[in-house]
Write a protein that binds this ligand. Sequence first.
Ligand code: HEC
Ligand code: HEC
Length: 422
Amino acid sequence: MAWIAGAAGVALLAGCERTAPTAAVQFEPNWVYAYQIGQRSEQSMDQALVEVESALEELFGTPDVPKWPAVLTEDEEYADLVSMEHLMAASGNPSEPGRGLFRKHCAVCHGITGNGRGPTAALLNPYPRDFRLGKFKFKSTPIGSKPTKDDLFHTIQTGIPGTTMVKIPELTEQDIAALVDYVIYLSIRGQVERSLLFEAGELVYADGESLYDPSLKETDPEAFEEQWEIIEDYVLDEADAWVEAEDRVKEVPERDRAVVPDTTEELLARIAQGDSTILASIERGRELFLSEKASCSKCHGKEGRGDGQTNDYDDWAKEWTKKFGLDPEDEASQIPLIARGALPVRKVAPRNFEEGVFRGGSTPEALYQRIWLGIEGTPMPAAAVDPQDIWDLVNYVRSLYKPQAAGTNTSTSDQVAANARR
Ligand code: HEC
Ligand code: HEC
């Protein structure tokens, strides 16, 4: 019964976000994850949720009055991660001067909580990103590392071609820097929430255990201190990963412009001229693409039309299905989770190269990065090939562009035209 009340809470909160933007806005608890942890630990998560949400508020504040955890402001190592000034500009209500950037420009898709469930989310394909899993796709660091702040800056500045996330021309560099910090803030908050819910699932509330009980401050300060330290350790773990990203950057090697032209347009022109250097590179790329070793064609199909392996899911879908033993194909098993806010699972399609749209950008360097490092959270792996050979793959993939194929996809055709011109 308690969970029916929980689900009603979801509806109520969601309703609030949509109809009354001026009322005090709240972060939405991670109902889906809490429910799954409750199922797994066979106990009610009601008390755990109360404790986790109040610990989170103590650490991170609210969408109107953000806080940055004291354990991070006290330590110089984290000084450059997120600035309070940026958090203030990005949070809050856009009707207040100098505030509300995230709610004005991003929440309609990403949700106030950054859970990828803004009012329009269910209609979009791909779904807007849920930042709470802490995984990002388009970055200069390998799978398993956070993106750098520059990576996020670039994504927000340019938008993500081929998706509904478009460039927002009115954002200044200062605004974008504030939004970068706010994405990191929401992401760390969401990951700490998950860690705390998981931790709470390990406790036995029936035996009087608790994760965060502020009344202990009076009755047993030492026990309270112990609880708070555990909570702060989770914050430090997440912050560390972000700070370390800068050291994990993989530099794309210099390219030979005679072999790898700047744009697809130039590449196609040189193919038309029968440029033998270019044709040889593309042929090497094609062989590699079809090879067992690189296995690109296994997913992208022999012609690169995205029609190889098409029955897989991304990590955001697997997270609440496969990870908890649910079959993503079994829709009925997902009803309790969809009632708590999970978006129905969709399969993830490998890119169709005939369309010539690249979400992480279509410069040769951006494509090199995607192929070399893989795309985190999706089936696209880091290529198991010699780094020098990746330029040939970049050429081959771009050579598959067919303007007429691009025209068939109305949602992305403008983007394709723009990309081809670049
Ligand atoms: C119209 C909907 C929409 C709006 C508005 C929007 N986004 Fe997105 N955003 C998306 C979608 C869809 C994706 C997922 C793309 C994908 O998974 O390939 C995404 C992904 C992202 C990512 C993840 C990038 C990565 O490397 O994985 C970040 C960061 C992001 N958005 C930030 C923002 C910020 C900040 C704003 C506001 C300035 C914003 N978005 C506005 C739809 C939107
Ligand atoms: C296991 C399946 C799989 C394999 C193997 C694979 N890919 Fe992918 N690839 C994908 C998927 C899925 C996506 C779409 C990811 C997303 O949703 O953003 C993708 C996306 C891409 C993109 C688009 C990047 C962008 O910015 O939009 C490129 C380029 C690419 N793959 C090239 C390759 C090359 C080259 C190889 C071989 C070295 C390869 N892929 C191997 C599944 C695969």
